[in-house]
Design a protein around this ligand. Sequence first.
Ligand code: AQP
Length: 335
Amino acid sequence: PDRILSGMQPTGGLHLGNYLGALKNWVPMQDTGAECFFCAVDMHAMTVEYDPAVLPDRVRGVAAAYVAAGVDPERSAIFAQSAVPEHAELNWILQCVARMGWMERMTQFKDKAGKDSERASVGLFTYPVLMAADILVYKATHVPVGDDQKQHLELSRDIAARFNRDFGGGEIVFPLPEPVILPTGARVMSLKDGTKKMSKSDPSDNARINLHDDADTIAKKIKKAKTDPEPLPETAQGLETRPEAKNLVGLYAALTGTSVEAVLAEFGGEGFGAFKPKLAEAAVSYIAPISEEYARLIGDKAEIDAILKRGAERAREAAVPVVAEIRDRVGYWRP
Ligand code: AQP
């Protein structure tokens, strides 16, 4: 049977990019009979500067957002990565499988470390290996993520293949995990800069629409969103040199479940003054049910903690036997 694994970093509240790019894709997977594991990857959140005092609540926030978005804790394991120490144990083993040359090609490290990469944590550099461990510790077959994670997924496959070759004795130990990337919404860009992805860690909150934003906030953010002075084009080709316009049109299409072409057939020739209120309306009605459920859940710490506890137990049931097998394969001593 298929096994699904995905996660988000508790580096802040989740935003529309996280939702449209990944989370939205998780919900229907629960109906496929696959075993689903969805974690808040708090160990990944430590790779950049963070406040340990707020991390546990951020994990709770991510779990609440998963549930509010439709992940069912009865059917899916929802848990904190750090509560399943097998991730960390497999991480070390896989660090010895991954090659420096593979790691040095990772573009997200370069983006996140910026110019001063000497000061970045070693954890930020090895982040994609931990991500491979997150996936392989469940022998996951499918990983629903946004477009920006494609390269990391490719690395996970390389690591799995190399492990199979070096330690498999002719057997397939780890199935090669398949990325599952949605055709629309896989890449939502910042409202302030159409060439940068919408991100939790963007210092400007106006750059993103959060799943917990209320209607007024959403409308204000969209009103302030960067645009150009031209009216919307009639065809998708006309968006190619206009990153902000392309992003807003793409967002509207994703929110209303139509195509970019259909949006332009409706709004082509109109200015942003006419388009933005419609976009705000679509965003508000789309997010309202999620943000209402989120607000309810986040006030019930006991319920969230119970979900996370149960999720960690279920995840460990799956991960412990995998790590036991891997320990033997790599030659760890045991009496
Ligand atoms: N802008 C985006 N468009 C589409 N998908 C996105 N994802 C993130 N941003 C966008 C997808 O959300 C999942 C969780 O991402 P993450 O929390 O592991 O970290 P990230 O990709 O680095 O996301 P952020 O929001 O930009 O976080 P920070 O600011 O902490 O780095 C992934 O599946 C990702 O593809």
